[in-house]
Structure formats: C-alpha cells, structure tokens
Design a binder for this molecule. Sequence first.
Ligand code: SF4
Length: 957
Amino acid sequence: MRHAVFRLFSHEPLHDPTAEPNPEVRREIKTTTCYMCACRCGIRVHLKGGELRYIDGNPNHPINKGVICAKGAAGIMKQVSPARLTRPLLRKPGSERGAGEFEEISWQRAFEILATRLAKIRASDPRKFALFTGRDQMQALTSLFARQFGTPNYAAHGGFCSVNMAAGMIYTIGGSFWEFGGPDLERARLFVMIGTAEDHHSNPLKIAIGNFKRRGGRFISINPVRTGYSAIADEWIPIRPGTDGALFMALLHELIASDLVDHAFLKRYTNAPQLVVLDEGEREGLFAHDPDPAKGPPGDGRHPHNKLIYDRASRSIKAAYPQGIAAGSDPALEGQYALADGTRVAPSFQLLRDRVAPCTPEWAAAITGIGADRIRRLARELGETALRQAFELPIAWTDAWGTRHETTQARPVAFHAMRGLAAHSNGFQTVRALAVLMSVLGTIDAPGGFRHKAPYPRHIVPNFRAFNSPDMIQPNTPLNAAPLGFPASPDELAIEADGRPMRIDHAFSWQHPLSAHGLMHTVITNATRGDPYRLDTLMIFMSNMAWNSTMNTVAVREMLNRRNADGEHEIPFLVVCDAFRSETVAFADLVLPDTTYLERHDVMSMLDRPISEFDGPADSVRVPVVAPLGECRPFQDVLVELASRLKLPAFTTAEGTRKFKDYPDFVVNYEPQPGIGFLMGWRGKDGSEHLRGAPNPRQWEMYANHDCVFHLKLPETMHYMRNWNREYLDFAKDKGWRQKNDVVQLALYSDTLQTFRLAAQGKTRGRQPPEHLRERIATYFDPLPFWYPPLEDAATDPAAYPLAAITQRPMAMYHAWDSQNAWLRQIHSHNYLHVNPKTAAAAEIADGAWCWVESRWGRVRCMLRCSEAVEPGTVWTWNAIGKADGAWQLAPGADEAKKGFLLNHLITDELPSAGGPISNSDPVTGQAGWYDVRVRIRPAGPDEAAETSPRFAAAAR
Ligand code: SF4
C-alpha cells in the first residue's frame, strides 16, 4: 500500500487492469468484522501479496448480508493514516500537557512505569486508579480488569451516549433498542422512528427499511431534522428537541381516552392491574402485597411476584399470580379499592390514566410544535394499526404459567428511537413514556412490534448489582461486585455512610442514582476538584475526552493541565491508549499505541454487547488480517499483560504464575462460570458444543473458518413473547444469560423509582438523600412517566437564547475517528451550522456566510447553511468534524481546524444547584444533557477572520 502511494507521484501506471494476474503474487480473502462504526458488519478483506487491496461486505454475514457503507470500504485508509501512533510515548520532562511533546520509549519501559505505579495504588487505595473507555467493544474485559484491580472508577462511554435509552427501557420492558432489541420491520405495517440519526444499527436498518418500504409499509419520522433515514420517510413530523416526552404523554392520553389499548395484554403481561397503595406512609406508592410470610417478601424490583389485583369477576382482591391470571379472573385496570385492613389501593393503570388525563394534544402542541390534530391522527393511526390490523402467526408457545397458546399475536406497529430522545436531561422519563406507549399497544416482543435479542430480556430490575459499600474497597483485593450495575433501591447505591458519592464520576450516588453506564463526562472535572477524592492515575482508552467526548471542552482542556500549589498536576498521571493522535493524546503523560481493528483479535461477546438477531443469539470476532504497524499492541493484550504483572487473581494461577499468555489465550480459557466463556460458539474440547462447554483450544480458528460469526437459530417457539415464554426463560437460565427463569412483567408503573422517592420524602427509614437533593429525587423519581423541560432551561433565558442546538453523526464518519482517513475526508472536511431559511433570514445571515452561535456558556464562529430540512426553532451540525490544530496529524491550516467547528464549546458540563454545581445530566441516570443547549445566532462582522473560533495552539506533530 505504501509503495502504491509513492507510485502515485511517478509516471508509472498504478494499475493495469488488462494485465494477466501474476501467479507469483498471493491473493487472499480473509473475513473479519468491521469496526469503522459500532454496527459490526461482516467484511471480506482482499489482500494481494499480503497487502490490503480493498474491503467489501461479507454476503454470508447475518448483520449486513454483504452490504458495506462508505466508512466500511474506507477502512483500508485507516491502515495508512499518517495519524497512527506506532511507539509508546512518554511526555518530555518540563513540557506542558496539550503540547504533545513526547519521547519514544520501549514497551518494556512503559509496562515498568505502569505496573510499578498501579501496584502502589492497588496496595494503598485502589480507588485512585480510574479506567474510562470510549466506544470500545470489549467492556467485558475492561470491567473485569477494573473489578479485579479493586477500583469502582470504571465506565465506558454510555453515560455520554444513550444510557437513558438503555436504562429507560430496561427498567420498563427488560430490553432496549439496538444491540438489545429493535423494530420487527419484516412484519410491521407502520414504522415510527423518533430521534434517530443514521448511525445506530446503520447497514442492517437501511436494509430493513428498504425491504419494509418495498412491501408497502408506512414510515413516519419524528425528528427536528430530516436527514439520513428520515429523508426517505413517507412523512416527516418536525418536533422541537427535548419535547418528545410531551408527545408520548399526549399519545397515551389519546389512546387511553379512545380505548385503543390492548386490554388482554395489559392484564396478563404488565403490572397495569397490580394494586398500588394510596395511603400515606412508608408503603405509599408501592405495590400492595400479601403479608403472609409464606407468600415471600413484598413485591419490589428484585422480588416482583407477591402483588395483588382486584378481580372484577369475583369482586375480590386476589394474588396477582397465579390466581389473577387464572381462567375466569378478570383483573381490574381501573377504579379504587380497599384491602381487608382498609388500606386504599388502585390498579397502577388507573394512576397512569390519571397521569395522562391533563396531557391533551393541545397541551403537547404548545410544547412540541406539532399541531394537536396531527397528534390525534397519529394516536389513531398507532392504535388502529396495532389493534385493528393485527394478525396471528401460527406459532404455538407456552407461557410462564403453563398456558399453551396455539398462535402468536402480532401487533404491527414498530418504533425505533435513539440519542435524540436520550441525550437530554429529561431523557429517562421520556424513554419510559415511549416504552409505556409501546406496552399499551401490546407491541413488546410481538411480531411486527419491538423484539428482543438474546441475552435480553433481562429481569426488571436486572440482577446486576453494582458495589454499594465502602467496605468493598480494600487494598490488593478485587471488588466483590461489578463496578457497574442496575440499582433496585437506595440500599444499592454506591455511597458513603454520610451519603457522599463513592465513585469519582458520582455514578450511583444520590446525584444520579440509576447511572448504569457511569458518567464519563464528569471524571476530569471531579478529579481536578478532588470531589469526592483525588485520583492518582487516569487511564483513558479510545475516548476523546479532551475534545468531543466532553461538555465544556475549553475548560476541560485547561483542567487537564491544572496544577496544585506544589506545581503537581491535579490529575497526577494521565495514560492514553489510542491508535491515532487524537486531541486527547496530546495531554497524556504516557501514550500506548493501540492496533487497528484489522490488526487484532476482538470479541463481540454475549458477556458484553453481542450481535444477536431476533431469531437467536449470535456473537462474532475480529481476527488479524494484517500485522500490526510499528510497535502497536492491542489494548486487550496490554490489559492482560498488566493484570498478569499485577497478579490480579483472575489472571493468576494458584501457584502465582501468569494464567494467560495473551488476549486470544484469555478469551479461549477464561470462564466466569463453568462452561461459559467470552465466546459461545464451538466450545467443548473438539468444538462440538455451543453456548456452554469446556474451553476449545481451536475456537479462534473455528470462528475464522465460519466468517467470524456464530449464530444459533432458536426454534420458532422461542422467537416471541420472551418476557413470558417458559421455554425461552428456562433456556436462557440454563445458558447462563439470566440468573432466574421467572417472568419479566412490564413495569408501566415503577415501584423501583418509588423507593427512591419515598426515601427523599423521608417516609422510609433506610438510606436518605442529602437535604439539598431531596426535592430533586422526589421530583424526578416519579413511578409514572412525565414530561418536564430540560434542566438547562431553568438556567437560561429563553428570550435571549431562543433556539435549540443539536448535533448528529454523519453517515460517513463515526465519532472523531475518521478525520485522518484520506477517503472520508473527501466527503466531510468541515461542517456547517444548518438553519431553517426563515430563522437565518430573521437573523440576517446569508446562506454560506460566517456567523456566531452563542449560548450562555460560550460562543463559536462557523459557517451557516440554509436548509428546509430543519424545524425553525432548531439549529444543528455534524458532530466531531471540527478538530483542534495539529491533532490527527492534520496539516497546518487543514479545513477541519480552520473551517470545521465543535458545538461542544457551547455546552456546559455543570449547572448551578442548591448544593453547588451539579453535572448537566439526567437526574435519574446521569446521561449527559448535551442536546439541551439553547443558543442564538448573529452574523459575523465584516472585519472578522473567515475561520472558526475558538482555535487552540497546535500540538506538536
Ligand atoms: S455500517 Fe459500520 S460496521 Fe457496517 S460497514 Fe459501515 S462502518 Fe462498517
């Protein structure tokens, strides 16, 4: 390849297509998995004489079936990028962080520095080591490393990306969109896509939408911006950012008022008929239960079954299971009742009905900008398609209570949603509202609706508890629980006895109790401030935390360089592992050069984020197709090496020697439970077993021989209704995907949220939030979904900043990764602010002119483009196209740094609060509220430079 580049400048023809192939030159096709974005398509890499020639899609792969996108095809240019890091680097003594001045060192020295430092931390206070990673696909390994090290300070990028989508849906239906589930477009008749750009599940969704439209399906896109998938929608409904929750509440209002809900589904498969205590006290708002100890503990997130219903047939209170669902029972969804002891109760559906009663289409129209009539018509279309165009598939299945159903009921309305809903500080309750909307239509794991992918559905609440006590953190000792999990009550928070956070990012604290993915975006601010304590070493892998993976980028860059009174950095040691010279690399004390996806082994594991399909589990791998460049080393190998040097128990034999040679060896032989490993295909000594089985020394080879993917198609009887499907629930438990085989009733009403609210109201005796957070918890931990304005609205004058500003990823680039890619740079080398022509005209800014975008927190100069494909109250741009001077090895004056801009400069990472600054995040999950920023625009002055602002001193190249 390098040779070919030099020949570009000679007169010699590069390629003669008529020439006979030289039989001496070896031609090969190797299969592996793409990583130019996170969709994990199968690819074929074509090599000639060992050199990369081109990449195309693998037709045998279940994800993309041969389709490849521009990014995937351009992976070849990643190998020859001038921005590659090829040797470990140590910051030059006396140089500033950010200047990017390094000396090359050997791996041996790098490991010595790291192992010595980490061993000292582990032996004294393991919390002082923090590991935060970006959009990697190896969290099963990185979280194991952190847990074994004994630090709770670990997370990947989810808190910045879409944890609201994951948590909002998992706490409601036990699964979520994308890796965990998605729309069944094969059988849907109506498809509603909300808040989705063209990045998540890219090729598979394009294929599915194309087929869906060819079959005559109707596609409605609800989004402030009409790009990507939305461009081919039959109808675009523009909506103001951060108001989707109000739309869902109004749709629920209409559906319930017009009785377009699936009564049978609600009664049997959700907690809609279960009785909620109405009387004041410590059980207020929780589900009523049978006090007989033989019936088990009171129903709560972890013990969901001891609950009651009111049976209209016998006019009596009954146990929800199995009496309430027995033949002849008719659980009430509405009304108010009294228990034998006089306690007032009501079915949770009645409370939902009361909640949505004032949320009329007129109310929502004023918030969303969508006309009330259009909301009414949409509700009718949803309800009538789900209920009146319903059909049955001749697929028999048996439910968890032993009832055999001869057919499977289809509900042909499918939704898909993503970061447009999630990246707001009201996103959790918005996503809850969507999940409840999908549930009342009966679409969960039904043909034509939303379908899970193994290992989902999870229990509600999933049986993954994070660590929750300071006693769990001990020198030289692994944590006895994972650093991340799903709290079911205040008892499961990671807080000190006085209520202060135990984690550096404040995850699982009273500030953000259900932060299932951590809060990567708070780490640098908190660590600099020493809140709740100081770190020693921050290790960042594949995350551009000094640029686009942070809010308030200018301040964060300053913090990374801030020193204390003794002249020491507030964050003493910063390790960055990346394949490319990102903006963050320039701030590192130690740089570890990672490999590209074509140079290493990787797994898309069932223990992490597999590539399962609706019809069964699937996992996949990457295998090296070319040798690593220079001295690049896979980060996975680095972790296995460090873990072995530190003698972390899972990586060390009983005799104290190293257990695994390298990462591939670890993947084959590591078993978190007997018979279960990182990969589920070709297990057993000879590779004859799947899902469970002894380690197979030839497992990598067998994946490589099978297109790098293992896909087990389950029998049709296990394809649907998996929250309640006995055969599937037993199978999932047997294969280690679930700890229990009990049903996953949909949580329209969340008693889990109510336990936090009761604590905040001082009605329970257990853990209590600090005084300044009581009202916040009591407000946002509402057991029923509701809409509230994004938190930033209260800190911003809407008259002064009348516009919402959002970003999305372009189809041709993923995060910050591709500005070093010569092919993809030809598609985007800079970005514009896209503005509705009416809005631009009102601000007197011409199409193509330079303008200022200003928020309360900062300002950016950029070029404006008029576009009808954005609603007038919103401006938007592509994310992470703008780059810092000198980063990514871009030439001086490159478009990316001169004309491209980063909207993050306008976003604050903290908001004022009674107890001091608090993260600008969702108060439930800690999801970064980076789509909440309010802005105004004005023309740049005629004397101002035609280039972006702010710009930064270039790092050394
Ligand atoms: S959609 Fe993503 S994973 Fe698939 S080919 Fe494109 S870049 Fe690769």
